[in-house]
Design a protein around this ligand. Structure first.
Ligand SMILES: [Zn+2]
Length: 414
């Protein structure tokens, strides 16, 4: 076995021959002079062989994977060829995309590492500065998603995510059937979501949307009703529950403010207890809440109403659910709790957007998964300042394109 062949086997280099190598000891770099094996002088578009016109004076350099602490670089002087169809063109480089400065192999490793660890950790393993790695990742993901079209979108979910401290928001659009993110845009207003509907979807695609799910934000509701004439809007269960919890908390805070020092003792530690879903409560929890009946009737009343509302999601028949909603809102109004009145108002105004849930169940199945996706991408994005980096991570982990799978199969080695 020749030395070159040994290097080629060791580094698992396919489709190229090694013509020389040099070690840069100070920088811990291994430079490999390579050339396309057998398949040189091919047109990158039609893969046909072309006549060589000239060889580049300067070699191009591609960063490859890191092995045993050595950063591997490939060097080659590409040739300009004459393709019968595409005329003057630089020959196809089998180990990298036309304009990429890193090899397919490194792209694949980057993508897979960043799916399972933070960019910081991946940068450390690969001996690449983190900012360089972020740039490489961004270029790779952008190239792979370039020209991607959203397909078969029937159930659309829209939500906002804060991605950095200081109230920076992005709007995220999901395909609820796939449980995948199809789009991310800066901001959370009507202009942002309008961009999605007008730039990403055709008239036909907008008409094809049957279900849409979002929170109670008027911007999203308005946009869906404007752009998707055939869609039934369902308010997201998660957001309704959250709004109700906040309402109950409002009652608790009011009572806390009015309570004497002695009374406050009984109200301590109630906050999270009140938020708990009835099925997650222990017997002790329920005992504490029942004791409130004597301790603080107003909080107790609010809690009972919140507990009762859970039943809404279990109805199977829309007429029964509607009757429940009517009864519940009437009882809630009678409670004379000011924060609840506001909630009831919202519910009554949006009744026609709540009831489709009973029929569709669509959000029921996806809401939890959706929220898990949001949390996951958020955690992954911790430490990012820019929306660009955050979007990259969303597309890489929960996007509608399997990005690593787009790298040619023979380069998918780690
Ligand atoms: Zn060609």
């Amino acid at each position: 076995m020749t030395v070159n062949k040994f290097i080629r086997k060791l580094l698992n280099l396919t489709g190229l021959s090694v013509t020389g190598f040099s070690f840069m000891f100070r920088k811990r770099e291994l430079h490999l002079w390579v050339k396309p094996h057998k398949n040189g002088c091919r047109c990158p578009h039609c893969k046909r062989r072309g006549r060589i016109l000239r060889t580049m004076d300067e070699p191009r350099i591609w960063r490859d994977i890191t092995i045993c602490g050595w950063s591997v670089f490939l060097l080659y002087r590409p040739r300009e060829i004459l393709c019968p169809t595409h005329l003057r063109i630089q020959e196809d480089i089998p180990w990298a995309d036309s304009y990429a400065r890193i090899t397919y192999r490194l792209e694949y490793v980057l993508l897979v590492y960043c799916q399972i660890m933070t960019q910081k950790a991946a940068a450390k393993i690969l001996h690449i500065p983190k900012s360089t790695l972020s740039d490489m990742l961004h270029r790779t993901i952008t190239r792979i998603r370039d020209g991607h079209r959203i397909r078969k979108l029937r159930s659309v979910g829209i939500d906002e995510i804060s991605y950095a401290k200081g109230h920076k928001y992005a709007t995220v659009v999901y395909d609820l059937d796939l449980g995948r993110v199809v789009w991310v845009g800066a901001g959370k207003g009507r202009e942002t979501i309008d961009l999605f509907f007008t730039q990403q979807l055709s008239d036909y695609q907008r008409n094809q949307i049957k279900w849409a799910c979002c929170d109670m934000s008027q911007a999203y509701i308005g946009a869906i009703e404007h752009h998707c004439p055939n869609a039934k809007l369902v308010l997201d269960r998660f957001h309704i529950v959250k709004a109700l919890n906040e309402t109950i908390d409002e009652v608790r805070k009011e009572q806390w403010r009015e309570a004497s020092d002695n009374e406050r003792k009984a109200l301590k530690g109630l906050r999270w207890l009140l938020f708990k879903h009835s099925t997650n409560r222990s017997k002790d929890d329920t005992d504490i809440l029942n004791a409130l009946k004597k301790g603080n009737r107003r909080i107790h009343r609010a809690w009972v109403l919140k507990d009762e509302f859970e039943r809404f999601w279990e109805y199977k028949a829309p007429w029964a659910a509607e009757r429940f909603l009517n009864n519940w809102t009437t009882t809630a109004l009678k409670s004379r709790l000011e924060p609840l009145r506001k909630f009831v108002k919202t519910i009554r105004k949006n009744k026609h957007r709540l009831l489709p849930f009973i029929e569709s169940r669509l959000t029921n199945a996806t809401a939890e998964g959706l929220n898990r996706i949001i949390r996951m991408t958020k955690n992954r994005a911790s430490g990012f300042r820019s929306l660009k980096a955050f979007t990259d991570m969303i597309f890489l982990t929960v996007g509608d394109v399997d990005i690593p799978a787009q790298i040619p199969a023979r380069f998918r080695t780690i």
